[in-house]
Design a protein around this ligand. Sequence first.
Ligand code: PLP
Length: 379
Amino acid sequence: MKKHLLTPGPVELPAEVSAASAKQLISHRCPDFSALFERIESKLSMLLKCDGPIAILPCSGTGALECLAVNFLGPKDKFISVSCGAFGARFREIAARTGAACVPVDVPFGEAADAELVAHVVMENPGCAALLLTQNETSTGVRNDIQKIIASLPQERPLVFIDGVSSVGAMECFPQEWGVDGLATASQKGLLTPPGLGLVWLSKRARAALNSRSCPSYYYDLKLHYKELEKDSPANPFTPPVSLYFALDSALDLILAEGADKWFAAHRRYARALAAGVEALGFELLVKDAGARSSGMTAFSLPGGDAEAVRKGLRDMGVETAGGQGAYKGRLIRAAHYGECGWPELSMLLGALFAASYDYNIKKNCCLATAYKEWKKEN
Ligand code: PLP
């Protein structure tokens, strides 16, 4: 049976990416590796529309978030943490473990952060070292409008750190253009690469702030990473997972060959059509505001039905999704759409959902027809 991996990371790898990761290893201290590193840096800069360098760390997304925290926060600092769900809470916990004091802003599950509210909290709490935001809250499928939030902040503001673990690659994320100071992301979601690479980008302002800080972690010390990155032959200070660099290089080719704008638009269209399709089937979308829905993943429940049983039905057909987290454990189906987002992929998922939920008192109308209407609309 063909398996379809629709979890929000790791994701199904395109064949070219799998093949690239299987290539023979090269030394990480040779010109070929530097060339590979430079290619990846330049493609990431294109995707994120930013000047480099971007530190590439051998870790998952949590490690990239921890890297931001340990380089910029410590016991004498205060930070503002905006949480819309499980991953906002995790970023907060990571930052709090540096000993810094937290000003929490909790947004109800399924809702996006309100730009005015965030601006108000920033104004009320002068002197904070950092503001933590999550671009795509993977536990709910909410997309926060980072550009709008930053634009509404007062001039005197903390460094703005973004968890882009489940957004980068699947949707617009332009940290330099938007005024982000630190972006952390990972390889295994929108970047269509196996898990194992954490990426960290810093603004000029954050680079300057870095100079006055000392990092208690050796492995995550960004000063060490930047020193190596800025050499004529860029490298990683420690032994990197070379196979993952091959894979990331190939995945970036795939996204950029399609055209990042076109790629993002295809994901938006898929998400919109999927939302219409699951609603037509009788599922309830967790995120009510269509403008706040993620284009990388969709979360929905089954009123009066058993979400876990539907997930099992899907699994029996070879379709693996994720369930709910925290308060939504057992009540949600979370389906990711990071890879190829064509009509065949969409109709496979809707068809599988239709079959997996058939026994629950669910509407038996033609969901595919409803989704197709959305699909045909212009972006
Ligand atoms: N932040 C977000 C928004 C995520 O979706 C995830 C993983 O799902 C993480 C952080 C943690 O990343 P990892 O599991 O790669 O450590």
